[in-house]
Design a protein around this ligand. Structure first.
Ligand code: FAD
Length: 640
């Protein structure tokens, strides 16, 4: 963590100095707002948290509940989400309080007596080491708390505005074209309506989204919903795997997904209630907790479950659905106008709880739209950037629906319907990268390059998230994870993997000046993205954060000869930032680990951690052109 560069900090360094709209932030909802977010679930709160880092943007997040979510809803946190928490600064704390999944057990009917269940298999949860981050279970409420804390500590001092329900919106003209009608749900004004005007609205208002309806988006997919009785319980049982994630199938066809919960005692059971008949008229939702417990006991036979306390229960009923667009621009008008209203999370995609995806995919929606709105509203990027949200996330949602349909269909199969006895666990292992959140690969666009030079860094696939690897910080010889320095601060990253002057290429040694030439171009050329896109007076790394990674041991890096762009002067005292210069960890060579060409490579990473392109150090024109399409020129001159 870096601080003190704005002056000595004696209290919690996580609390950033208030700035911009965070200075004298009004308690009351203003009449005019840059971004109005509806709903404080995972999708909305991440959007808000990201925007809280843009001090000149007025963002407000309204919620119909009178206060924070206390209990219930989702609890599965995939490794990609923990990686995201790292960017928001709370991964370590949430890991400490969460349950960590390391294994999954599969229970099936005993072949000798199908009235009993037996353990058929165990699989490692992350057999291939997809991430250095764990797969966690922790309640949605705690995740929301951490993001809310991040917002409150940010320069904008953002807090949710509880007690407002969204009633409708109209899109007109002018600087604040979206007029939103809200109604107070609590307090002295309960029942009264008021309007606010916004430049942009983000509908993060869940599966029954009114924002979605107001922009004419329709969810498509299965008509029939699938229902689960969900219970978070404290209980005694002789079932031996009660502290292990389990898929349990009984001889009768009933099944349970068992999720141990944080704290060592609580656990969640999803008891499959099957597909909801079309003429059900809501009767499945009336399934009582006693019935859910009774069914759980039948499925667990010969083991028993003695429930002492029910912390939360619900009948969670959901279909596989996705909307055809995630903003207010109809398909035939894409490119002709700027989207003004976006929908995120369950508002645009719903799926079963079985793959534990709901909260995770929703958070990535929020991360995706958050920085884009911040960039456009701060005048960093053209408005056309906003169209990439729907284009990118709609595809991801459809992939998720397809995966989840396959997984939940498989989990609902009766034992005799499987092609092989290990089909379920084989599928779980084979597809592990998807539910962990790492299969997302964005296609070429204004923010994803053409990957013409992918061979220079094969371990950083263009379009996929930047997969961290160990490195050594040169200034203090600390072993670190390179990717963990990527904070959710809205900045682009450029990682310069330095060429090895001794590496022979076509029988010719690399010119030792390649790195110096590149650094010098980045520092002074009018074509350099750093020069062109950094506003006058701002820190040189405020828009694009440039780091260098040398191929050799840190003892061989002389900080006195490292180009100045990698040791920039920042803050009001123009202090040298020493934390942008890295060397190879002798035990894990990042160049070997990530397939980086010994001639060096430039890896460009988006504010939401996705690799935007891989280029040779000589491709200055390509680098310049890439940024020119997604960042606006500023009144800049060389400033290192
Ligand atoms: P949500 O988390 O639903 O958040 C939407 C927010 O918007 C809520 O805070 C809501 O109060 C607010 N809101 C809604 N309408 C308005 C309005 N008109 N005006 C203002 N505010 C509004 N997923 C699982 O994986 N496992 C589960 O067991 C599970 N159980 C669930 C149980 C319930 C009762 C619900 C509602 C969801 C459950 N989910 C579960 C789904 C999971 O919680 C979601 O996938 C995830 O929370 C999606 O995040 P989101 O931000 O899109 O929506």
């Amino acid at each position: 963590m870096q601080f003190h560069h704005h002056g000595y900090v004696s209290s919690d360094p996580r609390v950033e100095p208030a700035a911009g709209v965070g200075v004298n932030r009004p308690d009351e909802l203003p009449d005019e707002i840059d971004v109005l977010i509806v709903g404080t679930g995972p999708a909305g709160i991440v959007t808000a948290a990201q925007l809280s880092q843009f001090p000149n943007v007025t963002t407000r997040i309204v919620e119909r509940r009178p206060g924070r979510l206390a209990i219930g809803q989702a609890d599965g946190i995939q490794a990609r989400s923990v990686e995201t928490f790292q960017a928001f600064g709370f991964a370590e704390r949430i890991i400490a309080e969460a349950y960590r999944i390391t294994e999954m057990a599969f229970w099936k009917p005993d072949p000798n007596d199908s009235s009993k269940i037996v353990r058929a298999a165990r699989t490692a949860d992350d057999p291939t080491g997809i991430s250095e981050f764990p797969h966690l279970i922790v309640n949605q409420a705690r995740v929301l708390d951490y993001f809310a804390e991040f917002m409150a500590n940010s320069p904008t001092r953002m807090r949710p505005d509880y007690g407002y329900v969204f009633r409708g919106l109209e899109i007109g003209d002018g600087e604040y074209p979206v007029t939103v009608t809200l109604e107070h749900t609590a307090g002295p004004n309960e029942g009264a309506t008021r309007t606010v005007r916004a430049k942009y609205v983000v509908g993060a208002d869940g599966a029954h989204s009114r924002v979605r309806d107001s922009i004419g988006c329709t969810p498509y997919g299965d008509k029939a919903n699938h229902a689960w009785g969900v219970m978070d319980v404290l209980a005694n049982t002789d079932f031996p795997d009660i502290r292990t994630k389990c898929a349990i199938q009984s001889g009768s066809g009933g099944s349970i997904l068992l999720i141990p919960r944080e704290g060592g005692y609580l656990f969640r059971m999803y008891v499959d209630l099957g597909v909801v008949p079309e003429n059900d008229n809501g009767s499945i939702r009336k399934t009582s907790i006693d019935d859910i417990i009774k069914q759980a006991n039948e499925i667990l036979h010969p083991y028993t479950l003695d429930v002492k306390n029910v912390a939360w229960h619900s009948v969670y009923e959901v279909g596989h659905r996705v909307t055809d667009r995630f903003d207010d621009v109809p398909t035939d008008e894409i490119g002709s106008r700027t989207p003004r209203v976006f929908i995120t999370g369950d508002a645009c995609h719903t799926h079963s709880a079985k793959a534990g995806q709901g909260m995770n995919v929703s958070m990535q929606d929020g991360f995706n739209i958050g920085w884009k709105l911040g960039h456009v509203l701060e005048g960093r990027a053209p408005e056309s950037l906003l169209a990439t949200y729907s284009a990118e996330r709609q595809v991801i949602a459809q992939n998720l629906i397809d995966f989840d349909r396959e997984w939940s269909t498989m989990m609902a199969k009766r034992p005799e319907e499987f092609d092989s006895p290990s089909e379920l666990e084989d599928f779980y292992v084979k597809t592990a990268e998807f539910p962990a959140g790492f299969m997302t690969q964005y296609q070429p666009s204004m923010i994803i390059g053409a990957a013409n030079h992918q061979n220079l860094a094969t371990g950083f696939p263009v379009g996929k998230r930047f997969k961290s690897a160990p490195a050594v910080r040169v200034c203090d010889a600390n072993p670190v994870q390179l990717g963990h320095h990527h904070r959710a601060d809205g900045r682009w990253r450029v990682y310069v993997f330095a060429p090895d002057a001794n590496a022979a290429v076509n029988n010719a040694a690399i010119d030792a000046s390649t790195l110096d030439d590149f650094a010098s171009w980045l520092t002074t050329s009018p074509e350099s993205p750093v020069v062109r896109h950094t506003p006058e007076g701002a820190d040189v790394d405020s828009i694009i954060d440039v780091k260098v990674i040398y191929q050799h041991d840190h003892t061989r890096v002389d900080l006195g000869t490292v180009p100045a762009i990698f040791l920039p002067k920042v803050g009001p005292f123009a202090l040298t930032d020493h934390e942008k210069v890295y060397a190879t960890d002798p035990e894990v060579d990042i160049f070997a680990e990530r397939g980086i060409d010994r001639r060096g490579a430039v890896v460009v990473v988006r504010p939401d951690q996705y690799v935007a392109d891989v280029l040779p150090l000589s491709a200055t024109a390509e680098l310049s052109a890439f940024f020119a399409q997604n960042l606006l020129p500023q009144n800049a001159s060389a400033r290192v």
